[in-house]
Design a protein around this ligand. Structure first.
Ligand SMILES: Cc1ncc(COP(=O)(O)O)c(C=O)c1O
Length: 487
């Protein structure tokens, strides 16, 4: 039995996703032409050729000016922008209940919520440990306005939200005040899909909910009739690769009047006077769209969504599920000759309620951690695109790697001297074999069996390796002898 036959025997539904192999050889043929193994879909998805062609044709055949004026080229562009806005709302089944604000990216959407939410003393900002830094950063707005800030921990090693502790924290809210809960629908660190029923649970206890859907929507359907967070953030390049520079904030109509913008800008006002030093903000989404939108790229969002619809988000999700499950099983089975595990996975090791993001570290036969930066470098030499570090998600990283508040405070005390090397030095000085960072492989629309096989072959190459590289220096782990010093 070949490895592929074994794989499809274990994951028979992979065969139902064969249409994606066809797309791989047409729409994504550049991957194989350049011998690239792309495993950074959580960083950004890849675009299909047809998306580029359709967008190029639209731009080539039209004359488009800056929108929101009455002249013909401006009106033509306004039509495209507004049509795309309606399309995105329909895509998320949100047309009746949400307002859509175009932003530069998911971070731009999150910042709009942070700066406009009516945080005040008595109110609370609660975030899960597992959050992107652009969600963590909202705590600075909350703090500055006197709201209490708290984090809901994760369970270990699964890195799922600790529902009991979250329940206790949710119960602390005074429903008469403004409280905001923020969590990701899917973790960009561990791939965990957090339960969406938390939205209603929190709302019933007097919370508004911000759902960061950036890592979820590239391979899952988000139906905003079924679950109705007050705010939702997305970046479109994460869904279909092109264009970059456009994201969205979806605001539930009932939450819209709660947001108060701290300033005004070109395009956001119905009236502004220098002499009276007064302004009247627009009463709709325009109040949140500062200055000129990325208008030429916005129609490419409709093209991208139509493309995803034509492929079928369920098929994409199913392929990712099969490949991820197989990858996890194979990684966990990898052993050095002395029987020790080669790989440690952070987050759930099995498929239910997890997506295609797999975060790991590699260990030598003595159980010492291999330097993930070196692993990334070696992967790069083989044309494999991985991502390493903490992926802008320090809370999940701290939980995954067992880093304590004391460890982090010691690192913070290094001040300007802090970098990965000095921080690892501090941890080792305390006698810890902890890592501050990991390797992330993420699977997406154009991934296939061959990609994952090549990645597994690459990881298997570390079997029995006893050398660790830190910066430019390579050590033999057992004797601590320097083998190569390139510094
Ligand atoms: C879950 C999640 N939220 C937010 C972001 C921020 O997205 P952007 O960099 O497009 O603003 C990312 C990016 O990786 C993410 O994965």
């Amino acid at each position: 039995m070949t490895a592929y036959e074994d794989f499809v025997a274990r994951y028979p539904s992979y065969r139902d996703t064969a249409a994606l192999d066809e797309l791989r050889s047409t729409e994504y043929r550049r991957l194989d032409e350049h011998r690239q193994i792309y495993l950074d879909y959580t960083g950004g998805s890849l675009y299909a050729e047809c998306q580029l062609k359709r967008h190029f044709t639209l731009l080539r055949d039209g004359v488009f000016g800056n929108p929101h004026s009455a002249n013909p080229t401006s009106s033509a562009m306004t039509d495209h922008v507004e049509r795309t806005r309606r399309f995105v709302l329909r895509y998320f089944n949100a047309a009746d209940d949400y307002v859509l604000v175009f932003t530069q990216n998911a971070s731009g959407a999150l910042k709009l919520v942070g700066e406009s939410f009516p945080f005040a003393p008595g109110g609370r900002y609660l975030a899960t440990f597992d959050n992107h830094n652009s969600v963590n950063g909202i705590r600075e707005f909350a703090r500055a306005k006197g709201a209490a800030v708290a984090y809901a921990p994760l369970t270990s090693p699964g890195l799922r939200v600790d529902l009991e502790q979250l329940g206790t924290l949710l119960d602390r809210a005074d429903p008469a005040c403004e409280n905001l809960l923020a969590f990701p629908a899917q973790s960009n660190f561990s791939g965990v899909k957090h339960p969406l029923d938390l939205v209603t649970k929190a709302q019933r206890k007097g919370w508004r909910v911000l759902l960061d859907a950036a890592a979820f929507v590239p391979s899952n359907r988000l139906d905003l009739k079924a679950v109705q967070p007050d705010f939702v953030s997305v970046s479109f390049y994460k869904m279909f690769g092109y264009p970059t520079g456009v994201g969205a904030l979806l605001i539930r109509r009932s939450a819209f009047p709660k947001l108060a913008r701290p300033w005004f800008a070109g395009g956001t006002v119905n009236f502004a006077s220098v002499q009276a030093q007064a302004h009247v903000l627009s009463s709709n989404e325009a109040a949140f769209e500062d200055g000129t939108l990325n208008y030429l790229c916005i129609p490419a969002v409709e093209i991208g969504l139509e493309y995803l619809q034509s492929v079928g988000i369920e098929m994409i999700g199913e392929r990712i599920r099969c490949l991820t499950s197989w990858l996890l099983e194979e990684l966990l089975a990898l052993r050095h000759d002395n029987g020790r595990a080669m790989v440690r996975i952070y987050g759930p090791a099995v498929a239910p309620d997890r997506g295609g993001t797999v975060t790991l570290n590699l260990y030598d036969p003595h159980g010492h951690l291999l330097d993930y930066r070196r692993v990334e470098e070696l992967a790069g030499q083989e044309g494999i695109s991985l991502r390493t570090g903490c992926f802008c998600n320090p809370g999940a990283g701290e939980m995954a790697e067992g880093l304590t508040e004391e460890d982090m405070r010691t690192g913070y005390a290094l001040g300007e001297e802090i970098n990965l090397q000095s921080f690892l030095g501090v941890l080792r000085g305390q006698g810890h074999n902890k890592s501050a960072g990991a390797i992330r492989a993420s699977i997406g629309i154009a991934s296939n069996f061959a990609d994952i096989s090549r990645f597994l072959a690459f990881i298997s190459g570390f079997r029995n390796q006893t050398r660790l590289t830190i910066g430019d220096v390579t050590f033999d782990i057992e004797s601590c002898r320097v083998i190569r010093d390139g510094s």
